[in-house]
Ligand binder design. Sequence first.
Ligand code: BGC
Length: 474
Amino acid sequence: MADMNDIQSFIQPYLVPEGSAELNKNLEAMAASFAVTDDKIREIIKGFHASMKAGLERDDKDALPMIPTYVCGRPTGKETGTFLALDLGGTNLRVCQVTLNGDTTYSLVQQKFTITQEAKESRLWDFIAECVGVFLEEHDLHPPTGRRSIPCGYTFSFPIFQTSIASGNLSMWNKGFTVPNSVARDVVNLTQSAFQRHHVPVEVVAILNDTVGTLMTSGYSHPDTQMGIIFGTGTNAAYWEKLENIPKWVGEDRSGEMVVNLEWGAFDNATKVLPYTPHDNKLNRKSPNHGLQVYEKMISGLFLGEVARNAVLALVDQRLVFNGRSSDIFNKSYTFDTAYMSEIVSDETPDLSVVQTVLESTLDIPLTTLLDRKVVKNVCNMIGTRGVRLSAAAMSAVLLARPELLTNTVSVGIDGSMYQFYPNFERDLYTVSRVFLGEDFVDNRLKLHLAKDGSGVGAAIVAMTVDRDREHHA
Ligand code: BGC
């Protein structure tokens, strides 16, 4: 097995012996800059622990946000009922009607709406209300007898500082959203007002991050779930923490546990630990949230393709690939979708014909040579490998923060396009984590589960609990 502390293990696989010395010199430097050695991961884990601890103590812009979520009860798997759930992700809005069967299984009817650019930039709240209105109409849904509105769980995949289970102020937009007049305001209020404007009879009874939804959904089917992760358009995680370990929690009861939303995409915003390359810096400088979510920008689906595009263009500019020519499409930011990277890295055809189709037909690059295609595949692999190693680093750090849990089986619920579609992502997560969490634990007790549609189902589970408690106290 390759020694992942030896920088050569990160360089040799990406050199192309048939290429020029100049090309190989550049590939060598590029591969070294994207390398994340085992020692680097140890440093990242240490940095994570310090930042988690600081974030649990106080809200500090240099620490991880570590947001208390007001979710305190683990699902039992016995919950029953049908609930409405909204899931606002980075790419789609899903409106779902979730049925919990009470036997650890669930089913759902859902409608997916692609979030328009206009909604991302301005009329998001009205867009949401319109989509929910369409769903209610198409499925003929009405408030339950004796009630004026349909209770609903709301998964919101952006950082909010919660002030209760059903309110939270937006900390910032990310993933390309820039809706004005929203930061520092209560997003439940903003959504609820849009419902009123559009006469949509729905009441948000709980708001939660998508990682919390994923954690709850996985917990519904696997009671030993300790963590929920999204590796998708964005990335983040939530985990169970003892209230006594959250000094900044102001509630009176400090005896139980609560789900904490790490917002780990913000790790190292102070840029002390991570290995930044010029290609990351270029992306970061041009992004609307410049200097923020720097970890996410090295890991998640929205950004990996763009880092790869920057890296390939650096080779084009030196006339080392494509005979120095690019295309109008490839010159434009964010045109190299991470889904293309997935196709490219899994191309095993002798003449790399899949890579050729992506480059020539989709991206309109004029004639590519086999050498060009090999180089592009290698660049994608460097960046994909860095992404999965950093993903495993973050997951390992969180699990190592609760070492007492690791003597038992631990389930981790995961959702998102990187986890589902990036080649060998899950296998590599296991392989990399073995080094830091130990072979015995990873091989025998760690269970990674796809929590499919987890954010929507989780919203229904939390809404159900809240609604049940409210009825109980009414
Ligand atoms: C957001 C998180 C979210 C994650 C995954 C990040 O950009 O800040 O709140 O959980 O994406 O969707």
